[in-house]
Design a protein around this ligand. Structure first.
Ligand code: ATP
Length: 448
C-alpha cells in the first residue's frame, strides 16, 4: 500500500472542475441516475437509479459482498429489517447522540450544519446565526394504524445495529467464533440538514457494513488489518491510489463509541471527502444492548474457559457514494484516430454491461447468428444488444457507458464462425471463434 496519509490537501490536487458537471450530465443522458419524482418537479435529495445505474450499483454491492463474504470463511451475511423500535436506538445512543448542530442564518433564514460551514452563510455571506441546537437525524414514523407514542418506529440510520442485535442468533446458528464478522448491505435513512453533491449525501442511501467481532486484546491488530484490506478494495477495482487516502480521526472527532477511527477518503471535485469509515467500536454496542435488553451478548471461549464481550472493528462504506466515486474516477475524454470520445474506464466487474453485441448490419441474414451469440453470452455476462446506427457510433455509445468489450458479428462471421472482439481501452480488435468466445471473455475478465 502507498502512504495515503501524506497526500497533500492542496487545491492543485483537485480534479478538473468540469468533471462533476460532465458526470452528472452523463448519468442523466445515459440512464444511470434520475432525479426522483422528476415529472412532479423533483423531490430534493432523492434519486432513482436507471437501467445502467442499477447495474453499476448492483455490481458495486456484489464486488463488496464477494470480497467481504464470499471469499472469506470468517464472515457471514445478514439482511435485517429497516423499521425498528425505539429501544434499539435508545440503547445504541442514537436517540440522544445522533445529532448534527443546526444553525439558522439570521439574515436569509437558511439552515446549515454548523460544522460544515466556515462561519459565513454560504447563501448570503452573513455571519449572524442563531445559537446551534442539536437536530436528530433519524426519520421517525408510526407502525400500525395508531399514531401515538407507543407506535413510534424509526427507519434505521445505519445497518450496523442489525448485526449487534442479531449477534447471539448468528453465533448460535453458525458456530462462528471470534474473530468473525457479520456483513450487511442495505438502505439507511438520515434526515440530513444539507444533502448535497448529487448522490454523495442523500437522505435515503445504501450502505455496506461489516461488524468484525474480535477478542479485545486483538482489536488494534484487526483495526489495522481492515484499514489495509479496505484501501486495497478500492484500488483493486480501479480507483488510482493517488486519488485515495486514509485519514485518522483526531480525539475530538471520534464518535461516542469509538476508540479509533480512520476514513478512506476520495479526491472528489470539491476536495477530499469520506467514502468509508473504519472504526474500533470497542464493546460499546454489545454491552449497551445487553444492558438494555437483559440478554447475554457474550462469547464463551471453551478452550480458555472464559466468557467475554468481543470488541468490534467496523468497516462502514456507502454503496451509492462509492458508486459515484467509481464514476468520477472512470470518466475520461480522449481521442481515437483524431476523433474525440468520452470513455468510462470502469473495471469490467463494475461496468453496467460487460459486453456489447453488435451485428454489423440490420440485414436479416446477420440477425439469427447475432442473436445466437447474444444468448450464448447472456448466462455469463450482462450484455447490451445494439443494432441502430453506424458501428463507429455504437462503439462510442458503449465506450461512454464503460462497456469493456464489444463483439461485432459481420458477414464473414457466417463463413468463418468467428467474431471481432474490440477492447474499450486500447480499441484493439481481434478475431475470435464463436465457440471460444465465452472462454476468451471470461479469461479477460479474470485478468482485469
Ligand atoms: P458524513 O460525515 O459524510 O455525514 P458519517 O461519518 O456520518 O458520514 P458513517 O456513519 O460512518 O458516515 O456511515 C458510513 C458510510 O455511509 C459513509 O462513509 C458514507 O459512505 C455513507 N453515508 C453516510 N451518510 C450518507 C448519506 N447521507 N448519503 C450517502 N451516503 C452516506
Amino acid at each position: 500500500m502507498s502512504d495515503p496519509d501524506v497526500t497533500p490537501d492542496a487545491p492543485s490536487d483537485l480534479p478538473d472542475s468540469d468533471l462533476m458537471e460532465n458526470v452528472v450530465g452523463l448519468c442523466k443522458r445515459r440512464g444511470f441516475i434520475f432525479q426522483s419524482a422528476e415529472i412532479y418537479g423533483g423531490f430534493r435529495s432523492t434519486y432513482d437509479y436507471g437501467p445502467l445505474g442499477v447495474n453499476l450499483l448492483r455490481n458495486v454491492k456484489n464486488a463488496w459482498w464477494e470480497a467481504m463474504v464470499q471469499r472469506r470463511d470468517d464472515v457471514v451475511g445478514l439482511d435485517a429489517a429497516i423499521l425498528s423500535p425505539p429501544a434499539v436506538w435508545e440503547a445504541s445512543g442514537h436517540l440522544s447522540n445522533f445529532t448534527d448542530p443546526l444553525i439558522d442564518c439570521r439574515k436569509c433564514n437558511q439552515r446549515w450544519r454548523e460544522d460544515k460551514i466556515d462561519g459565513v452563510c454560504p447563501n448570503c455571506g452573513s455571519t449572524e446565526f442563531t445559537p446551534a441546537r442539536a437536530f436528530n437525524l433519524m426519520f421517525k414514523t408510526h407502525a400500525g394504524p395508531v399514531e401515538n407514542e407507543g407506535a413510534v418506529a424509526y427507519l434505521r440510520p445505519e445497518t450496523a445495529q442489525g448485526m449487534f442485535i442479531n449477534f447471539v442468533n448468528v453465533l448460535q446458528t453458525t458456530r462462528k467464533k471470534p474473530p468473525f464478522g457479520i456483513a450487511q448491505v442495505g438502505k439507511s435513512f438520515r434526515n440530513e440538514i444539507t444533502p448535497q453533491n448529487f448522490v454523495f449525501r442523500t437522505r435515503e442511501f445504501e450502505q455496506m457494513e461489516m461488524e468484525y467481532f474480535v477478542p479485545p486484546a486483538e482489536a488494534q491488530h484487526w483495526f489495522e488489518y481492515w484499514l489495509d484490506e479496505r484501501f486495497s478494495w478500492y484500488t483493486g477495482l480501479g480507483i488510482p491510489a493517488d486519488q485515495l487516502r486514509l485519514r485518522h480521526h483526531g480525539a475530538d472527532e471520534l464518535s461516542h463509541y469509538s476508540a479509533g477511527t480512520a476514513d478512506v477518503e476520495f479526491l472528489f471535485p470539491w476536495g477530499w471527502d469520506e467514502l468509508e469509515g473504519i472504526a474500533n467500536r470497542t464493546d460499546f454496542d454489545l454491552k449497551a444492548h445487553a444492558q438494555a435488553s437483559g440478554e447475554r451478548l457474550e462469547y464463551f471461549d471453551q478452550v480458555a474457559n472464559e466468557r467475554y464481550v468481543p470488541y468490534v472493528i467496523e468497516p462502514a462504506a456507502g454503496a451509492t457514494r462509492t458508486m459515484m466515486a467509481f464514476l468520477l474516477a472512470a470518466y475520461h475524454e480522449d481521442e481515437i484516430a483524431g476523433e474525440a470520445r468520452t470513455v468510462l474506464r470502469l473495471h469490467p466487474k463494475l461496468a453496467p454491461y460487460q459486453v456489447g453485441v453488435l451485428p454489423l448490419s440490420k440485414k436479416e441474414t446477420l440477425e439469427p447468428l447475432a442473436r445466437s451469440v447474444l444468448t450464448s453470452l447472456q448466462p455469463h455476462f450482462m450484455c447490451d444488444y445494439d443494432v441502430t446506427q453506424s458501428i463507429g457510433k455504437r462503439y462510442r455509445r458503449q465506450d461512454e457507458v464503460g462497456t469493456p468489450w464489444c463483439v461485432t458479428i459481420d458477414f464473414d462471421s457466417l463463413e468463418d464462425h468467428a467474431v471481432t472482439v474490440r477492447d474499450r481501452d486500447t480499441t484493439e480488435q481481434v478475431r475470435v471463434p464463436i465457440d471460444q468466445l465465452v472462454a476468451e471473455l471470461r479469461s479477460r475478465m479474470d485478468q482485469a
